[in-house]
Design a binder for this molecule. Sequence first.
Ligand SMILES: CC(C)(COP(=O)(O)OP(=O)(O)OC[C@H]1O[C@@H](n2cnc3c(N)ncnc32)[C@H](O)[C@@H]1OP(=O)(O)O)[C@@H](O)C(=O)NCCC(=O)NCCS
Length: 393
Amino acid sequence: MARPRLMKPPASEEEFLAYSKIAETAFATPRKESLEYFERTGHDTIRLYHDRGELAGGLVILPMAQWFGGRAVPMGGIAAVAVDPQFRDRGVAGGMMAAAVREMYQRGQVLSTLYPATLPLYRRAGYELAGTIHEIKLPPRDLVERERKLTMEEITPEAFPEIQRAYRLYARQHNGPLDRIRYFWQRVQKPFGMPPTRGYAIRRGRKLEGYVYAVTKPQDQGYQLLRIFDYAVLTPAAMRRLLTFIADHRTLCESAIWYGTPSDPLLLVMAEHTYRIRLLGQWMLRIVDLAGALEARGYPRGVKGRVQLRVRDEILRANNGAFVLEVEGGRARVRPGGKGSVKLHIRSLAPLYSGHMTPEVLAAAGQLEATPRQMATLTSIFAGPAPWMADLF
Ligand SMILES: CC(C)(COP(=O)(O)OP(=O)(O)OC[C@H]1O[C@@H](n2cnc3c(N)ncnc32)[C@H](O)[C@@H]1OP(=O)(O)O)[C@@H](O)C(=O)NCCC(=O)NCCS
């Protein structure tokens, strides 16, 4: 691991453009798209890394939160990790990740999440695979749902705060969805490289029960694709209304596509299983502040238990050592000390925390040591729906 350093946002427009050029090369992005991307993230989210006075690379830290156990946990989303080809294979990316993890700790971003292009780099920085993003694809003509008691109307700017509230109500029922910042709402309404989406509110009278943002995209021979960028459906009737909306595109849309999870209740409401589910990717999670992260998430209300952890973290000293985790009434308390009989690396705590892996799976992979009794306690503490998210970054 390279020496820890402080990374800073671009000091000038020239420095920003130099980093943008590195990112364009790294991700094969046209300049116009790259500038638009950083315009949306904000230049203050960029952190640059210098090697002997020269700009070597940079990344973006998006300040947001992620839902776990019904609570939004402060999280830094890492994106646009790029190193100039001339500086590669010298530990620059490793150094950038260590610096980013330290900065997030200082800022109270107790978690960090990213979509990896390679695992070893991020594992070394304390991240581990901890959740999924799936693509769900179905032919609208196969849907039999016809629910028209609920109305659908185009979302007005005045209705937008209500839409955001509906998203939060929906997201908090799951493990993993983002507590979105403006950047993600912009992406939902105006995806990169696509026409703007149209948003529709699903209502029972005046009461909002869901919403959807979608766009139709031309395909071969006059056919189209219905690309759904976002939805939240809060009642079974709203789920059927959304399915009806998709079915209403059946004359010209051969497929409808959205990103989500196989454990979405929407799929359970569907009469038939004519969809195809494909794993698009897995995201990695880093427990940045062990005590802060464990205390910030929610837990199953009926669970009461205590585990004695012993954790290793090469980057953040505060996460090293023995800790007692006590869970009761849906909340956790963490204090230093105890016997430290459950042994694991900070990296392996991530899939346990998110519910992506059980303690048994981690033990089988040689990443956790615990007695059968402690394993059972850990299993009940971290039980919950499979972690997922629908947003890419
Ligand atoms: C990935 C990237 C950021 C690595 O930068 P770097 O400064 O060369 O990386 P480091 O020298 O710190 O290497 C750290 C680890 O990253 C991994 N890594 C580095 N370059 C890699 C490559 N080209 N392919 C796969 N893994 C690579 C290796 O595991 C390496 O560890 P090792 O030296 O023990 O094998 C750089 O190659 C890059 O900008 N690539 C294009 C953009 C990209 O893929 N970004 C990541 C998006 S998530």
